[in-house]
Design a protein. Sequence first.
Length: 164
Amino acid sequence: MLTPLVAEAINKQVSNELFGAYVYTALNIYFDGIALPGFASWMAKQSIEELEHAEKLIRFLLDHDEAVTYEPVPTPPQTYTSIENALETVMEVETRNTSQIREIYHLASKNASHSVEILMRWFIEQQGFEEKFARDALQRVRLAGADKGALLVLDQQFGARNRS
């Protein structure tokens, strides 16, 4: 059994993961609307990955005989002023997610929930990859600036990205 605080934190993280999927779906629509199918494909893959993360947490709760609660999922941003602004949103989602996962890890550690610590280590590692990719993508878009050719090259590269 998990302590009630740890189970509650994991349930909140399920909502966080679903929010991430929701944001990535909104970004997929944005990039599709501005004819950047590679960026859109990257966002679609990210949305699926966030849903898989939510499912992993749900399975963990169920495997530990804990209730799954349904937290509200906030509405994602619906407008973006630029490609750079959209990727800043990606960075915000990923850094916030990393922070929340680390909080769960520390809470689990304080409550001797070792199985949760092990699970959160996996999530922390995944977040490291996601934050680096998002940070690099944002930097590359900033470097490309108004160069449409460079943005099209990035679009092709992001479209070819495999999920982490």
